[in-house]
Design a protein around this ligand. Structure first.
Ligand code: UFG
Length: 326
């Protein structure tokens, strides 16, 4: 029988890389997306069902293309700053939308989900590296909305036997090696795409949000993790749920932090071009340093990230930005 996974948000950046991974491993990815931020052109590896998490009837229609062995849930509004401005939209989309999805799963007899969560559930770090036991005190509605769903998944495991793996991404980056899909947000707020656009000479200058942070060079430090390594973790989570019930959560990062200035230098090396930039005020909601401890994902899931070198991550993104397909 065909193995099939419902990839919610599969027209987006991380979801489309997941769909590609599944198709390459013999599993049909059925993409559910409302195309609000995703791209029709990114749905290349399986069918697209246009549906909206806030419209339960459309979810029933999507589940009719099953049976699905699991759901992977990448649909979310995910900008920290915007979540502070529009908290109700974030709670509606990320919490209510996920409740609708979980109820649709129940109606259609699907009892496994891999859920995309975020480093933002931890809030201000209290240790140099963030492991799963770090206190979870989100400082913005985006992080709070994801943490609420984590709690829902734990309760649903107890009450209904729902199996789940929550994966908390640090800074997703990079693009598919063959350049057919990549990161394309409008507006673009993420560091690496903005650095590469400035390198391309599109007239933009990068704004570096603060050079007076308590870090070695004064700019913020982040843990960049390649999007295909995130896909690999989801794949292993699928396997893990075959043998394990309950709700489980893992942090995903490389465990090494790079500053904004180091990212600029790496992009200049990858592109062979200068990155024009200005120092701007700090951005609200940014912690100085966010670095993951991902030992648990390595030990328990057998996750082994392959694209750990910042230069290689940026090189893959540069190839996409030079010739984006959408
Ligand atoms: N930055 C700039 N200029 C830009 C864009 C970003 O200087 O044009 C800086 C930011 O201030 C930050 C770093 O580059 O220090 C990375 O910023 P991104 O916007 O690329 O990513 P974030 O670190 O804000 O986002 C990550 C995760 C989110 C999570 C958030 C929690 O992607 O899921 O951390 O703070 F919510």
């Amino acid at each position: 029988m065909t193995r099939r996974v419902l990839v919610c948000g599969g027209a987006g950046y991380i979801g489309s890389h997941m769909a590609k991974w599944l198709a390459a491993h013999g599993v049909e990815p059925v993409v559910l997306d409302n195309l609000s931020t995703g791209h029709r052109e990114a749905v290349r590896f399986g069918p697209l069902v246009e549906a909206d998490l806030l419209d339960p009837a459309s979810l029933d229609a999507a589940f009719a293309s099953g049976p699905f062995e699991a759901v992977m849930h990448f649909c979310a509004r995910s900008l920290v700053g915007e979540s502070v401005q529009q908290p109700l939209a974030y709670y509606e989309n990320n919490v209510t939308g996920t409740l609708n999805l979980l109820q649709a799963m129940q109606r259609h007899g699907v009892d496994r989900i891999v859920f995309s969560s975020t480093a933002a559930v931890f809030g201000e770090p209290v240790s140099p590296q963030i492991d799963e036991d770090h206190p979870k005190t989100p400082i913005n509605p985006y992080g709070a909305s994801k943490l609420m769903v984590e709690r829902v998944l734990a309760d649903a495991a107890q009450a209904y036997g729902l199996r789940s793996v929550t994966l908390r991404y640090f800074n997703a980056a990079g693009a598919s090696a063959d350049g057919d899909i990549g990161e394309a947000h409008t507006p673009e707020t993420h560091l690496i795409p903005n650095v590469l656009r400035a390198a391309l000479g599109d007239g933009s200058r990068l704004r570096v949000f603060g050079d007076d942070w308590p870090t070695p060079d004064g700019t913020c430090v982040r843990d960049y993790i390649h999007v295909d390594d995130l896909a690999q973790a989801h794949w292993r989570a699928l396997d893990y749920m075959q043998a394990h019930d309950g709700a489980h959560a893992f942090n995903l990062g490389n465990g090494r932090g790079f500053s904004v200035r180091e990212v600029i230098a790496a992009a200049e090396a990858a592109s062979g071009r200068p990155v024009p930039f200005d120092i701007a005020p700090r951005r609200a909601g940014d912690p100085a340093v966010l670095v993951a401890a991902s030992d648990r994902a390595r030990q328990v899931l057998g996750w082994a990230p392959r694209h750990t070198d910042l230069a290689a991550i940026i090189d893959s993104a540069w190839r996409w930005h030079c010739d984006p397909a959408f």
